[in-house]
Design a protein around this ligand. Structure first.
Ligand code: CP
Length: 334
């Protein structure tokens, strides 16, 4: 199976759409009602951990990580273990036959003889699509270069929904490395499909949002954006502040990285300027961009975001495998 194409409209095509057996390269392939269903399933899983513990009994997940990861790999794996399945895989290209010159196509073709589902992270943009087109089982993109990180977006949406009660009609600030931050690109793209979002894009001139992502906002009739450099100037307007790390591994030049890495540091002084209801998100890992003191602020949502990432991956894995959560009824069925 390869990815299903986006219908271009949030609800159009939902009747024909099924996640079962589908690869997920970008959330743009999934109609918004289906994304909402995943959010509902994650909430149900959180409240019914014991009941869902055998949902994916005897299933095997393969995690193929050609790039370092803590959260994404471990949460994909924990998700499958908590659903009763098993996990195989590697956590670094150097542990695989990629070192001998094996292609993604061949690796995925081989692994799909062993596993029911593959989660893959790769430093090259487009690698997940190549894998999805080569695989005999569904492939979930766990991050492809500076392109997309759809399951991080599911974690982000779940956290925004939990903190603010909605994922639409919001002013969302995204701050830091907006050029290479794939989580930013995925999140903007999906929020545009929910609609009614005012994006405040906060970055130095060298790390601005790519044109193809700005085009997504321009194409949405209900979304808009401004680009600014000063966080303190805009923080008071935000419902969500999404901080990001400057992506050292994607810089060509060490000097540029060193010059830009500490451009934004969210500290207690800046938090005093923010709304009492603002939620601070960060996909993590952080380096210096949020001080440790901010962790104690109730508006800091980034560790909740980690937990929600695991729940969303449980919802996604079970949905793609077609394994129904015992007792779950979607709102449509109630
Ligand atoms: N958020 C995220 O992708 O973290 P890892 O790189 O640790 O997986």
């Amino acid at each position: 199976p390869i990815t299903q194409q986006s219908t271009g409209s949030p609800s159009e095509g939902i009747e024909q759409f099924s996640l079962v057996g589908s690869s997920v390269v970008t959330l743009d392939d999934i109609p918004i009602p289906e994304v909402q269903l995943l959010l509902d399933k994650a909430q149900y899983i959180d409240e019914h951990r014991k009941e869902v513990a055998n949902t994916c009994n005897s299933r095997v997940l393969a995690t193929l990580f050609y790039e370092p990861s803590t959260r994404t790999r471990l949460s994909f794996e924990t998700a499958m273990l908590r659903l009763g399945g098993k996990v195989i895989g590697f956590a670094g290209a150097e542990q695989s036959s990629a070192t001998k010159g094996e292609t993604i196509h061949d690796t995925v073709k081989v692994v799909s003889q062993y596993a029911d589902l593959i989660a893959m992270r790769h430093p090259k943009e487009g690698a997940a699509l190549v894998a999805a087109q080569s695989s005999e089982v569904p492939v979930i993109n766990a991050g492809d270069g500076g392109h997309m990180h759809p399951t991080q977006t599911l974690a982000d949406l779940s956290t925004i929904q939990s903190r603010l009660g909605r994922v639409t009609d919001l002013t969302v600030g995204l701050c830091g490395d907006l050029t290479f931050g794939r989580t930013v690109h995925s999140l903007i793209s999906t929020l545009c499909r929910f609609g009614n979002i005012r994006f405040v894009l906060i970055s130095p001139n060298e790390l601005k949002t790519p044109r193809y992502v700005l085009d997504r906002i321009d194409q949405s009739p209900t979304c808009s954006y401004v680009e600014v450099e000063d966080l303190a100037q805009v923080i008071g307007d935000l419902d969500v502040l999404y901080m990001t790390r400057v992506q050292k591994e994607r810089f060509f030049n060490e000097d540029d990285y060193l010059r830009l890495r500490d451009t934004y540091i969210l500290d207690e002084a800046k938090m005093h300027l923010a709304k009492p209801s603002m939620a601070v998100l960060h996909p993590l890992p952080r380096v210096n961009e949020i001080t440790k003191q901010v962790d104690d602020d109730p508006r800091a949502a980034y560790f909740e975001q980690v937990r929600r990432g695991m729940l969303m991956r449980m919802a996604l894995e079970s949905s793609v495998l077609g394994d129904e959560l015992p007792g779950f009824k979607s709102n449509k069925e109630v």
